[in-house]
Design a protein around this ligand. Sequence first.
Ligand SMILES: [Zn+2]
Length: 550
Amino acid sequence: MASPVRIAALGGLGEIGMNCLALECEERIAVVDCGLLFPAEPFGVEAISPDLSWLRERRDRVGAVLLTHGHEDHLGALPLLLRDVPVPVYGPRLALALLRPRLEEAGVRADLREVRDGEVVRPGEGSPFAAEFVPVAHSIPDACALSIATPQGLVYHSGDFKIDETPLDGRGTDLSRIEALGREGIRLLLSDSTNADRPGTSLSESEVGPALHGAMEGAPGRIWVACFSSHLHRIQQVADAGRAYGRRLVPVGRSMEESVRLGVELGYLRLAPGQLASFEEARDLRPREACVVVTGTQGEPRSALGRAARGELSGLPVRPGDRVLLSSRFIPGNEVAIGRTVDGLVARGAEVLWEDFRALHASGHAQEEEQRRLVRLCRPGHFLPIHGEMRHLSRHAAHAAAEGLGADRRHVLVDGEVLELSDGGVRRLEERLPSGRVHLARDGGFAAVSEDVVRDRRGLAELGIVLVAVLVDRSTGEPVRSPEIRGRGAAGLSGREAEVAGEVSRAILALPAGERDAASMEREGSLAVRRWFRREVGRRPAVQVVVLSI
Ligand SMILES: [Zn+2]
């Protein structure tokens, strides 16, 4: 009898981001990816990581982390994990190069082991798993899928992927290898669901080049192109198109400058001598000699594009005649922020183009036809959609159904739920691993912000706060004068402070004399204010009562 294998996601099943998957067998654990999620409504939270406590409590059993590629939503939480669970990380070269500075910033030392395409690694000594890194096309060079041999057969993890027949670097998804694995027999396919609701196939990355070229034609001023900084293939095409018009490439902003430097150093980015210009050099260039590449495609206010849109990029202002190309998808939820950025750019006289007009962007994720093609190539016994919100996971399962996988072979799970592969079959267990979200604020590395703090901040932002100061006589516990009421952002209070003060006094006096300790008076005062607001205003702002005895 072969040992059972248990698979559970700590993140990435039920959300797009914070991908982290654990495989357990014979009390040994292998982890695939460990990423962050970026909140749409920050409230001082800069990132969200999966709850990693289940792994921390089993640190002696964890053999290694297998990294599929270098995106933040796959590696960003690794400093938090490796700090407590110091295991080797196996991954492609670019992923490790992007991870290294994050570990340094967090002061975490780690054993990083570079893996070549097709290489097989054992995640930890004596591990029952062996993982083969299978090349795939995605929106970052070097991305991989994992074919993991287990005592219960092959588990194929797609990573983030698309099927690009004409990839820019010639390194596409290795369809013949996947087909061979399918013939060998794949017990379980885990596949990227991000674009499950998009029919057809994704555009090839190499179709973006001509579109960029066309969009740059005839621009009298500076060209600005916004894209993700780790998308080195896209940056290559921006550089090439710009060069055709005699424009030098000017990376602006910390992450873009760093990414271009790394891309050139590692050979992912090929630029002609003198093609690259620094921010300082760019100030001396004529506008039509510059092709500025920046981040900020999602309307991030602190990005270079966000600053340019507000006129805060001193030395390199956006001016009439400039043309801005957004080489990206508008990620749902970010439209308002993106709109604000575009408005700012237009107000400064720039012309702004995005993928609605031309093929300025190609997604890095497989769409329906590609997802179904992967199912056909893998011919899996069972199917588990990963990397998506609920609607993406269930749509992806429907695509698998259309490829002939019956209901007993499709498993839609969310974070924490456990799928077990055993000799008896594949089924979801009743048990759940602890999973959840940890809110983080930048602090050298990242520090946790508790759920209560975030809830308070959200409440304060939406409904404001009412502050009440009560001076009471130490011996009698009676208010010596009417309580002071102040509101910040609390609608309905202005001009009615005296009413609220009266409620607070009455509530305190209603307490028996022997029970007028500070905590009780604060509790009763606070209840009275809340009651008043609910009754009179129909809202529930935060309330803070402070009782001082004199
Ligand atoms: Zn990715």
